[in-house]
Design a protein around this ligand. Sequence first.
Ligand code: GLN
Length: 193
Amino acid sequence: MSKRVGVLALQGDFEAHRKALDRAGADSVEVRTAAELEDVDGLVIPGGESTTMLRILKDVEMLEPLRRFGQRRPIFGTCAGVILLASAVAHPSQESLGLMEIAVERNAYGRQLDSRVVRLTPGEEFVRRAGGGEVEAVFIRAPIICNVGPRARVYLSYQGDPVLVGEGRHLAATFHPELTADLRIHRLFLETL
Ligand code: GLN
């Protein structure tokens, strides 16, 4: 049976992720309840506003189910999704799922006007797993990953800081791969399902 990937659709740019997953040929579905989590093999947590997402997750009693889901299944977090996956969140601090051993600082690249598009040169591991060529990375009020654990695989960095990190089956991108035509990063995640 083909694997199905869920996109957490409580807030943020979940539609862009669904379109990217469609283009990658994946079977995807929007997830809004703990019950819907039971039907997917992996989950994308999109960008958006992590404080709002956290509040909605609590309101719909999904925070603990999501944490348990992530202990068994892979999660791909982008931007606000990375903030939710992290173990430590600063500036300002807030609760998180603690599913990846990473520490993040929110809004670390400046205000919204400072959001930017940059071209990144992938390291060896990314090229081996996902293919060669530069990666166009769209940063929007992005967090910085200031610390990673010993099990982290840093696939891409920007100005010396990791911006695409794998740990176990989880994947964290502080930028927005769903906003560019390049499907390599979504495919990297789909391979872990
Ligand atoms: N700055 C947002 C937050 O702290 C994340 C921005 C994004 O997901 N594009 O939640």
